[in-house]
Design a protein around this ligand. Structure first.
Ligand SMILES: O=P(O)(O)OC[C@H]1O[C@H](O)[C@H](O)[C@@H](O)[C@@H]1O
Length: 545
């Protein structure tokens, strides 16, 4: 048993959660529930009143946070302490959105000047590409950017670019290549003109197989279109913390944008890894994104726990995972521009908190990170929401919606909003057997049939949800929103005492993949692996079944 599950607070939470009445009842008991259980910060508004909580639950959750020394842990992260204890690294993505006058020390030096220099280098580059000053090898301006990277060096830039579509610079398009499946790069290159295409290769380590392979294929394609080796500098730039490897690979030293070991891949969109975003939306908008995140950092570092948005959201997730047996959490974005956000939060949270031992190596005896999934509303309402309403699993939901649309058109947005709010209401209230029966009062069915149908129409309700609103989806509100989820992930990791910043499981996949690749390329059939893997490799080597 760990100390956490043995603690008085843990046991008190178990008792509290087993005694709470249905949320309908909680709302009826307290007319102030919405006012008391909502919070505003950094342009975001969170209504968390539709959760299985009362004042005691909240108090106990914040006690749990205090007992985990959360405030100290937050300070340690912002301070640059080496909190990633298995890779011996500080965790300072917050420094990427700090103010120029701040001083943040990592490995004995103030890192803010380097961050500012990189932003200035990005600004110069973005300006020159957007203005058309940067010319391709035949003197034409750049029209297409192909961003090559994977994991953290892909999803952040892609999802943020997609979310900020209304802010794109006219005349520039961006295509993202991640998968090593040749179809990905081949399909993207179809229709592109080498003379007007710029490749941004993003790899923190400069050692990721997919990214190196895709970049080499991009270079081959570029040269096959009639360009020469000398032309590469005008069409290939790299973002990496391994400048030496990038130069050895043939990248022009002037075209390398640095990043650092103290930025984790899945937290890196704020660094030069965000270059594709900046190219599309311009540097002012990129800085507004950083500013939104910075505002959330300040809120997270200074607001009392009970008014601290990331802390509240994290503790609610701890509540469902550890006290209600929830194994997944769904993110529902009621905004087409935010359709990719669930996948981004999935990477952020599952790569961070998919862990089973505490920082000191003890096996946990409680659930850690849940499965994060989701999609775009209202589409999901016609599919998986059925399971949210009437399935056997408890799946807490986050509904995210801007109040104003970038595309105001007729009644569309009113309908979108009414669906969003209507879903949270239905999840919370449910429908009793009596209500279902009453709805059938005018039906011609006999009593027995009515009763059967009513039974199928019962929805238990009491299903938790958060509603997150913002005035409009802007670079600033988006920055705050993403930072909110980053910190939510951090807080959960702090409660569970796990390292949210390493990813050894993913590393193993890379290593085994390389071993198998050697067997595939060997002169003889594979015999060294397990029976299944040997057989699969050998079938593959034959190229047919
Ligand atoms: O940026 P790179 O070094 O190419 O790494 C790309 C990705 O590789 C792995 O999958 C890591 O687990 C990710 O966190 C990282 O973002």
């Amino acid at each position: 048993m760990t100390k956490l599950t043995q603690s008085t607070t843990w046991k008190a939470l178990q008792a509290n959660t087993s005694q709470l009445p249905h949320m309908r009842e909680l709302f009826a008991q307290n007319p102030q529930r919405f006012e008391q259980m909502s919070v505003k910060a950094c342009g975001l508004f969170l209504d968390y009143s539709k959760n299985r909580i009362n004042d005691d639950t909240l108090e106990l959750l914040f006690s749990l946070a205090n007992e985990a020394n959360l405030t100290d842990k937050i300070a340690a992260m912002f301070n640059g302490d080496v909190i990633n204890n298995t890779e011996h690294r500080a965790v300072l993505h917050t420094a990427l959105r700090s103010k120029a006058e701040q001083e943040i020390i990592a490995e004995g030096a103030n890192i803010v000047p380097e961050v500012q220099q990189t932003l200035a280098k990005m600004a110069g580059f973005v300006e020159s590409v957007q203005s058309g000053q940067w010319k391709g090898y035949t003197g034409k301006t750049i029209t297409d950017v192909v961003s090559i990277g994977i994991g953290g060096s892909f999803l952040g830039p892609k999802i943020v670019s997609q979310a900020l579509r209304p802010y794109w610079h006219a005349g520039l398009n961006c295509h993202f290549v991640a998968n090593v499946d040749a179809t990905s790069i081949c399909e993207k290159l179809k229709g592109l003109n080498a003379e007007t295409t710029l490749f941004v290769m993003s790899s923190k380590s400069f050692g990721t197989q997919e990214t190196l392979t895709n970049t080499l294929s991009a270079k081959d394609w570029f040269l096959a279109q009639g360009a020469t080796q000398q032309d590469i500098a005008k069409h290939f730039v790299a973002v990496t913390s391994n400048v030496t490897k990038a130069t050895e690979f043939g990248m022009d030293a002037n075209n390398i944008f640095p990043m650092w070991d103290w930025v984790g891949g899945r937290y890196s969109l704020w660094s030069a890894i965000g270059l594709p975003i900046a190219l599309l939306v311009g540097m002012d908008n990129f800085k507004a994104l950083l500013d939104g995140a910075h505002q959330m950092d300040e809120h997270f570092a200074s607001a009392p726990l009970a008014q601290n948005m990331p802390v509240i959201m994290a503790m609610l997730s701890v509540l469902y995972g550890n006290f209600h047996g929830a194994q997944s959490h769904v993110i529902l974005t009621y905004d087409h521009y935010l359709r990719g956000l669930p996948a981004y939060f999935q990477q952020l949270d599952m790569e961070s908190n998919g862990k089973s031992v505490t920082l000191d190596g003890t096996d946990v005896d409680y659930s850690t990170g849940p499965v994060i999934w989701g999609g775009e509303g209202t589409n999901g309402q016609h599919a998986y929401h059925q399971l949210l309403h009437q399935g056997t699993a408890l799946i807490p939901a986050d509904f995210i919606m801007p109040l104003q649309s970038h595309n105001p058109l007729g009644e569309h947005h009113d309908q979108l909003a009414s669906n969003c709010f209507g879903q949270t209401q239905a999840l919370m209230q449910g429908r009793t057997f009596e209500e279902a029966l009453a709805e059938l009062s005018n039906s011609k069915l006999d009593e027995q049939a009515k009763s059967l149908i009513a039974k199928h129409k019962v929805m238990p309700g009491n299903k938790p949800s958060n509603t997150l609103l913002m005035d409009k989806l802007t670079p600033t509100t988006l920055g705050a929103l993403i930072a909110l989820y980053e910190h939510r992930t951090f807080v959960q990791g702090a409660i569970w005492q796990i390292n949210s910043f390493d990813q050894w499981g993913v590393e193993l996949g890379k290593q085994l993949g390389n071993d198998v690749l050697e067997r595939i390329g060997a002169k003889h059939d594979a015999t060294e692996l397990d029976a299944s893997s040997n057989a699969l490799v050998n079938i593959y080597r034959q190229g047919k079944l």
